[in-house]
Design a protein around this ligand. Structure first.
Ligand code: MN
Length: 502
């Protein structure tokens, strides 16, 4: 079978029953520095073509590069966030190839001495499972320029009349993050691939090293996939689907390649090691070029740049500035709050994590905070078609409401009425209690009056209770609660009823 023939795909579920998918992901992220990796050309999205260039980024003879310190700092930040070792010394290397968007005929990259290596990233899947992805390396390099092929139907070079090159992007700092082969994902390989890139995107933003906008190409993913017969078999031949630029496409590209490669293998064919293009419109991949092995690039150390040797002090200073990352924060809060896995997952999915954290900070217990936000308030958000964070009640108000319950001034039933008042804009819970007169009747005198009336109205029940049958006592308590409009403390009413009858 030729690599270019269309194949009948194997149904995905069928494919993963018979083959074990192994993925590998390379992510390029454009750093949000003010200037380029090796020169002072400004970096700004959307500039007129070829206005953000210097002799260095145009590759003019004799132009000498200088490393951007901020880019090194950002690369270290990323490495640390991915639990990597940071090299004590590392070098840049020339990756030699000709393409019009690479004016020097080589890309300045890193090869055998990446700045960061041997890390991992814990990725949370939709059902809350944590999947660990091992990171082989994160290295610094520069972006290429951008070719525009004009006159063809597809925007690709085939069929184009002419091509234009914009060097504004040439030399923008990139960090490329390469995973080790990701095994053990099984049928969830597409979801793992997507969640991994999504988590990386969140981290880039949390670190403030990139705007990390997929649609602008700030983050670009290449997805490697191979199949093997069983998890014990050696790795199969992989394909590399280039520049898959949305989370949804990452998932779909993996699924497609699983189905396609399974079909090739089923027919006794061999998967060809090649790059493939993802077609957003038709959701298929097609063959690109047969993949070069690294030696083809004739990498050699960049003679125009000194090695980068970040001092351990500097690395530790950078480590100290790292914000808490999303998954770590969730794990910490779950531990502090004592929520079960399923409870925590529901909280996260409901978008209530920040609200509950703020409610607990305002003094409520984690259990009470969860009860309000995931119960009454989640229902209210749903029926009023609002985001839970947009509801007209603050975490501080919920903490105050719960404090009123805890102090015994209101009971659960009254608390719901107080909440109604708060949601209706009547003010803080305290003010609603006062304005609506919703306090629990704790004055025994008033309660006894209601109890005596209830006892007098139901003498048969009084008889039963007196003869030791406590079952019907609920009817008396219910009558008292009704008479006091729910403002009595049911426990105290019960005590008083028993006293009165006995
Ligand atoms: Mn690269």
């Amino acid at each position: 079978m030729s690599a270019h023939a269309t194949v009948d795909l194997v149904d995905y579920d069928e494919a993963v029953r018979r083959y074990d998918p192994v993925i590998g992901i390379e992510v390029h992220v454009e750093l949000g520095t003010k200037t380029k990796m090796f020169c002072a050309a400004e970096v700004e999205f959307g500039g007129e073509p070829n206005t953000q260039v210097t002799p260095v980024s145009l590759g003019l003879p004799g132009a000498l590069p200088v490393v951007n310190g901020k880019a090194v700092e950002y690369a270290i930040k990323i490495g640390l966030a991915l639990n990597c070792q940071i090299a004590e010394s590392c070098r840049f290397a020339r990756k030699n190839y000709f393409y019009p968007d690479v004016p020097k005929n080589f890309q300045t990259s890193q090869y055998d001495e990446p700045i960061a290596f041997d890390g991992y990233l814990d990725v949370e899947l939709e059902d809350g499972t944590i999947f660990r992805v091992d990171i082989e390396r994160a290295h610094m390099e520069e972006d290429a320029g951008k070719n525009t092929h004009v006159g063809g139907a597809t925007g690709r070079i085939h069929g184009a009349e002419y091509s234009l090159v914009d060097y504004n992007r040439a030399g923008i700092p990139l960090v490329e993050i390469v995973t080790r082969p990701i095994t053990g994902a099984g049928e969830r390989a597409p979801e793992v691939a997507r969640a991994y890139v999504q988590t990386l995107r969140d981290i880039f933003r949390a670190l403030d090293v990139s705007e990390a906008r997929m649609e602008r190409g700030n983050v670009r993913a290449d997805v490697n996939l191979s199949l093997r017969a069983t998890p014990e078999s050696p790795l199969g031949t992989r394909t590399e689907t280039k520049n898959v630029n949305s989370f949804r496409s990452i998932e779909r590209a993996v699924r497609y390649e699983v189905s396609r490669q399974a079909a090739v293998l089923d027919e006794g064919g061999t998967v060809i090691q090649e790059t493939r293009h993802w077609h957003e419109d038709t959701s298929v991949t097609t063959a690109g070029r047969v993949k070069s092995d690294a030696e083809d690039y004739r990498y050699f150390p960049e003679p125009d740049l000194v090695p980068v040797a970040p001092s351990r002090d500097w690395v530790e200073q950078i480590r100290a500035t790292l914000p808490e990352l999303p998954v770590a924060r969730r794990n910490r809060l779950q531990g502090e709050w004592g929520y079960a896995d399923a409870e925590m997952r529901d909280v996260v999915n409901a978008g209530a994590l920040d609200l509950i954290e703020a409610t607990v900070a305002a003094g409520a217990s984690p259990a009470a905070a969860r009860k309000w936000w995931m119960g009454e308030l989640a229902r209210y958000a749903k029926t009023s078609d609002t985001e839970i964070a947009e509801i007209a009640v603050t975490p501080a108000q919920i903490a105050q409401l719960q404090a009123l319950v805890d102090s015994g001034r209101i009971n659960d039933k009254l608390a719901r009425q107080v909440l109604e008042g708060v949601l209706a804009g009547e003010g803080d819970p305290e003010a609603v209690v006062v304005a609506r007169g919703l306090e629990v009747v704790s004055d025994d005198g008033a309660l006894l009056e209601a109890i005596d009336a209830a006892l007098a109205a139901q003498p048969d029940i009084v008889e039963k209770v007196r003869s030791g049958n406590m079952g019907p006592i609920g009817a008396i308590i219910g009558a008292v609660m009704k008479a006091t409009k729910g403002q009595a403390d049911a426990g105290r009413v019960r005590e008083l009823v028993i006293e009165r009858i006995g």
